[in-house]
Design a protein around this ligand. Structure first.
Ligand code: PMP
Length: 400
């Protein structure tokens, strides 16, 4: 009965790793997937995470019972505080409902399905370009996806005029997906002044902000700075939706820990919204897993552990920022034609190099360097040892 099933395409991002694994060259370098690596090229489990896990294992009172549909209560409260700020009036007014979800992706999906069922507008505007999974998540959630201009390939910066025009002509009430910080794949973020202009425009047209926060603290090394855009929108008292991921900032990738927060106008509305979120979640996966959320809650509620986390988080962010400088310097030393200053101006895990798909294919074939065909490289996959190899490859690709 399944004879007719045709082979589906490999995921464009995860497929890079599949190709990388098949390459036997000792020079091979995987700059595709967005996961942190140490200077030695190894995945990292934070010390504070190991410590939290040890505490959980040693606590014999812990059992494996199901969590509630909305997840671990402590985790939800602490996650809202982390992203909105401890002194957020929305939290004090009990206007926020937070549910634990399966990392950032699951939070986006649950949020999308809630909107498709209960919000009067079905159109969501996503930036062009954006993380490749966004259009698929929201389409399958039942929303209709449109794009707004975001990136300008000429300046390798923000197309702010285009963004304002496109949001300005969106229908009133439309949903707008915003990357809270460290826009993926471009590494280009609006300035605080531009965020304020975006906020004013969106509020004047009643556009609903849906923030994707996958990199809080991981972009700048500062948890508050990376939440600035969200807090700006919450401060005006309007509604706001936030999908949070602990994949990058706590290195909990495969534990699948995230949260969806919906900021409402009143506590009563928030509690009704939560009752509907439960009806979205229950038939999807019943309730979320317990381990990762317990790690996060353990760290966030203990002052010392929280402090230790921020130090480890900043070290990851700083190493990435340092790789940007090293790559930029290596290209300058080689006299590689073109302006490469975007490498140090862009923010977060990725550099959107501006290399085209042919140049990328050349670098893969001749230099065994793997990255997505849009020229995005994961800076977290680089080290001082591999920067020269990448710089050689880029130089050869653009002078070919
Ligand atoms: N949004 C963006 C912009 C991302 O870059 C990612 C991770 N690549 C995610 C969401 C979701 O990641 P996860 O589901 O692993 O938390």
């Amino acid at each position: 009965v399944f004879e007719h099933v045709v082979r589906g395409p490999e995921d464009p991002i995860l497929g890079v790793t599949v190709a990388y694994n098949k390459d036997s060259s000792p020079l091979k370098l995987n700059l595709g997937v967005g996961a942190y690596r140490t200077e030695e090229g190894k995945p990292l489990v934070l010390n504070v995470v190991r410590r939290a896990e040890q505490m959980l294992v040693n606590d014999s009172s812990r059992v494996k019972e199901y969590l509630p549909i909305v997840g671990l209560a402590d985790f939800n409260k602490l996650s809202a505080k982390l992203i909105l700020g401890a002194d957020s009036p929305a939290i004090q007014d009990n206007r926020v409902t937070t549910v634990q979800c399966l990392s950032g992706t699951g939070s986006l999906r649950v949020g999308g399905e809630f909107l498709a069922r209960h919000y009067h507008q079905r159109t969501i505007y996503i930036p062009l370009p954006t993380w490749g999974n966004h259009p698929k998540v929201f389409t399958l959630a039942g929303l209709s996806v449109k794009t707004y201009r975001y990136y300008d390939p000429v300046t390798r910066g923000l197309n702010f005029q285009g963004l304002l025009e496109d949001l300005g002509s969106a229908p009133s009430g439309a949903i707008v997906l915003l990357h809270a910080c460290a826009h993926n794949p471009t590494g280009v973020d609006p300035t605080p002044q531009q965020w304020e202009q975006i906020r004013q425009l969106m509020r004047s047209k009643a556009l609903l902000p849906f923030f994707d926060s996958a990199y809080q603290g991981f972009a700048s090394g500062n948890l508050d700075a990376d939440a600035h855009s969200i807090r700006l929108f919450v401060a005006d008292g309007g509604e706001c939706i936030v999908a949070q991921s602990y994949a990058k900032n706590m290195g909990l990738y495969g534990e699948r820990v995230g949260a969806l927060s919906i900021v409402c106008k009143s506590a009563d509305v928030a509690s009704r919204v939560e009752s509907q979120l439960k009806l979205v979640i229950r038939p999807m996966y019943s309730n979320p897993p317990i381990h990762g959320a317990s790690i996060v809650a353990t760290i966030l509620k203990d002052k010392n552990m929280f402090q230790e986390w921020t130090i480890e988080l900043k070290a990851m962010a700083d190493r990435i920022i340092n790789m940007r400088q090293q790559l930029f310097d290596a290209l300058s030393t080689r006299g590689t034609p073109g302006d490469w200053s975007h490498i140090i101006k862009q923010i977060g895990m990725f550099t959107f190099t501006g290399l085209n798909s042919e140049q990328v294919a050349f670098m893969t074939k001749e230099y065994h360097i793997y990255m997505t065909s849009d020229g995005r490289i994961s800076m977290a996959g680089l080290s001082s040892r591999t920067v020269p190899h990448l710089a050689d490859a880029i130089h050869a690709a653009v002078t070919r």
